[in-house]
Write a protein that binds this ligand. Sequence first.
Ligand SMILES: Cc1cc2nc3c(=O)[nH]c(=O)nc-3n(C[C@H](O)[C@H](O)[C@H](O)COP(=O)(O)OP(=O)(O)OC[C@H]3O[C@@H](n4cnc5c(N)ncnc54)[C@H](O)[C@@H]3O)c2cc1C
Length: 516
Amino acid sequence: MTAGASDSFYATTAVPHAPRPRLVQDVDTGVCIVGGGFAGLWTARALARRGYEVAIVEAGTIAGEASGRNGGFVSAGFAERLPRIVERVGIEQAKRLYAMSRRGMEIVSDTLAEGIPGVDPVPGRLNVQRFDDLDGVRRQAEFLAEHFGHEMLVWPTERVRETLKTERYYQALHDADAFSVHPLNLALALAAEIEQRGGRIFERTRAIGADLEGVRKRIVTESGRVRASEVVFCGSSFIGKEFPQLDRTILPVSTYVCTTAPIPEQLREAIRYGGAIADTRRAGDYYRITGDRLLWGGRISTRTSVPRGLKKKLGRDIARVYPSLKGVEIEHAWAGTMGYTIHRMPQIGLLKPGAWVASGFGGHGLNTAAMAGELISTAIVDHDERWRNFVPFGLVWAGGGIGRRLTQAVYWGMQLGDKYDESKSRFKEWRARRAAAAEAARKVAEEKRAVEAAEQKKVEDAARRKREQEELKKLLAQEEEEERRRKEEGAKDADSANKKPKKNKKAAAEAGEEDE
Ligand SMILES: Cc1cc2nc3c(=O)[nH]c(=O)nc-3n(C[C@H](O)[C@H](O)[C@H](O)COP(=O)(O)OP(=O)(O)OC[C@H]3O[C@@H](n4cnc5c(N)ncnc54)[C@H](O)[C@@H]3O)c2cc1C
């Protein structure tokens, strides 16, 4: 058993409520319900609203286990994934089951509409992917809309990353119908209504045996007995060895939640979405902002004890997704135990005439427990047979200690699978980024080469021009030199001509010489 609800943030923000008495005598009632979590409370309330006399025996306190310690997400569906349900029972049966799970949500929202203090419902849920698969997300949205009439909006990676400041996420599916609540205050309101309608609730009263054979059944506790025409077992993970038929079909699986100190500015920066957020890994993170705090859940284990250093571990999980929230103070951290069946679907139905079971909701009980309460109460009151839709998911042995170890191994395998998908996407993204960087570097190098070539050409042109000028200069100098020489020679010739003895004109004429 976990430590009771007192260690959780929900316990510190619970509406005022008085403890209920322990059963200390034998009592008679119409329906005895074993377990005061959501399954027991919704069943008891539905019966009380139909005028039935009810009594709940609760081993600890109302919603002291999973029901008062969870993420508070109310959304359609079951712990088992929808495609697996279709595989198992076919599309038509899966449609009926899904519609019932949505009916469970409707019961919760109708109840909230009546006005319940301290539940503070917040609309919306974002299912974020930690690996890149736009087509897959689109296919999922189409599958839900086409076969189950549930419209969800595909958010591309850019929109997700504008809203949630992390590079861990890719696409998301937005579910506008989902909402989140303060689960403990919701449970306390249900308990209060049951009592107002004449129902009795006994806390710290563990059922340790039952006689289910006669017309009047008997539930035996350590301090008194309850006689009733009908009994409903809603004990989930902690029903106890005294009820082996139930105990051996449930695997207790722990998950962990924490809340930070108020960090309004940091949250405004990092998480710009007010609804519930969950990643789609098999054992992923789930979180939401509540007031000025972050409520963060994640991790699973088949060990039911609270791990050492839980606050630190969850703080590190937060920082891995949102580096800007590294080192934020974790005020509360707690564990909760979910009851899983082998088929990951709830057990809803008859054990034997007059003895019912509503259990095994796994990590998806906020809608399905309300749905179970309606199915069982209408079966008892009106002989409604809708519960038979759950016959394919009967009491299947969960394997005892070996089952737990196997489950742990399966979860580790699933986590490895998640890590592989995620690393693949991150590797693809890294490769794309590296290719883009290489392309940019190639362009820069090309531009640099072009600039260098232009500069080189300029230098060569200048050198060529200089060479040409020098050659020109040389030519001019040579020509000048030649000219000078010509002039000198001309002058010399003139000189020597002057120096020859001059003939008189007459003599020259006689010699046949003429002036030019
Ligand atoms: C940390 C955490 C986060 C979760 N988050 C979500 C979420 O966000 N959304 C969602 O839909 N679901 C969530 N779940 C699952 C959800 O809380 C459960 O599926 C749901 O509360 C189950 O209700 P329950 O009544 O079957 O079981 P429980 O809440 O476990 O109640 C069973 C009660 O029976 C009592 N009991 C057992 N045996 C006996 C006995 N022999 N005699 C008398 N009393 C007995 C126990 O003390 C207990 O109080 C979460 C669960 C956990 C632990």
